[in-house]
Ligand binder design. Structure first.
Ligand code: SAM
Length: 222
């Protein structure tokens, strides 16, 4: 019953606040047809990411975890003409689907997909001097979240927004004895945030069509 209410409320706001359109719907459809797991952000969350990018005036965005490019398109739609988004994806197949979706959304000139394990491709961004992204979205394999945070900080400037998805996991984040590698990954990430003096953060718990989860939102300090 509770989950049904969350779903209905999600849909109500999605319809009222126009958090979807035919392109975004067609991306989800293409992902489903290609057999990708439905682990993209929801339409309301996608619009939230979009607004966050607008609110911080992002011109350069880094995303770790592309899947079919659903969140990439939401974020890239917030960019100005000269803005760019780089998204990192491990699975060749996901990257191919994302590439087609991004083209369909008319954003091929703004979004670059880099295929490979993010821990291999992140150092290359640093080598290229890409060290001051305005916004970084961490949404890949949760076991590596604390490594991703470390890299995000290396690729940031004061004021960079770093946002990380799936940090609540139905409340499982509370369990210190969890054997679930994803939960362990999130807990290590949170431990690291709690002692890192370089970033100021908070959590936003979310409910809706993606269940009970949440984002950690941080801002790199001066
Ligand atoms: N951000 C996407 C969205 O909302 O539309 C969803 C991303 S999905 C939750 C996580 C993605 O991270 C998957 O496509 C997965 O293949 C990718 N991934 C897993 N391990 C990775 C790694 N080591 N490096 C880069 N990407 C990885």
């Amino acid at each position: 019953q509770q989950k049904q209410t969350w779903d209905e409320v999600d849909l109500y706001f999605s319809n009222k606040l126009h958090t979807t359109d035919h392109i975004m719907n067609s991306i989800l459809k293409a992902n489903e047809e290609a057999g990708l797991p439905a682990i993209d952000v929801s339409p309301n969350q996608g619009k939230f990411l979009h607004l966050l990018a607008k609110l911080c005036g992002a011109k350069s965005i880094l995303e770790i975890g592309t899947l079919g490019g659903y969140s990439s398109v939401w974020l890239a739609r917030a960019l100005p003409e000269e803005g760019r988004l780089i998204t990192l994806e491990y699975e060749e197949k996901h990257a191919k689907v994302a590439e087609a979706n991004i083209k369909k959304a008319g954003l091929a000139d703004k979004i670059s997909i880099i295929v490979g394990a993010a821990l291999d491709t992140l150092p290359k961004l640093k080598e290229q001097g890409l060290t001051s992204f305005d916004l970084i979205f961490i949404d890949a394999d949760k076991v590596n979240n604390s490594e991703y945070l470390r890299w995000a900080l290396k690729l940031s400037r004061p004021g960079t927004v770093i946002i990380t998805d799936n940090v609540i996991r139905d409340g499982k984040v509370l369990d210190p004895d969890s054997e679930d590698p994803n939960v362990k990954g999130i807990r290590t990430f949170v431990d690291q945030l709690s002692v890192d003096p370089r970033i100021d953060s908070t959590v936003m718990q979310t409910v809706g069509m993606k269940g009970y989860d949440g984002f950690v939102i941080g801002r790199v300090k001066q």
